[in-house]
Design a protein around this ligand. Structure first.
Ligand SMILES: [Zn+2]
Length: 68
């Protein structure tokens, strides 16, 4: 009566256990499309970042001077 248990993986985004099954987890290894998009978005951000380049106006940013 007991079937072979479905292996589970943990979602790379939220670390929730995701059953490794085509029927129940179309977004595997992510638990949902949302988590997949989050992971993809983070990856793209990493890719776009230029190493060695300081964040624009991080130190000298003065919100007061933006007032027009
Ligand atoms: Zn998730």
């Amino acid at each position: 009566m007991t079937k072979k248990p479905t292996p589970t993986v943990s979602c790379p985004t939220c670390h929730k256990p995701v059953p490794w099954s085509k029927e129940t987890s179309p977004w595997r290894p992510f638990c949902s499309e949302r988590c997949k998009l989050i992971d993809l978005g983070e990856w793209l951000c990493e890719e776009k970042r230029i190493p060695g380049e300081p964040a624009p106006g991080d130190a000298d940013y003065d919100p007061e001077s933006q007032e027009l």
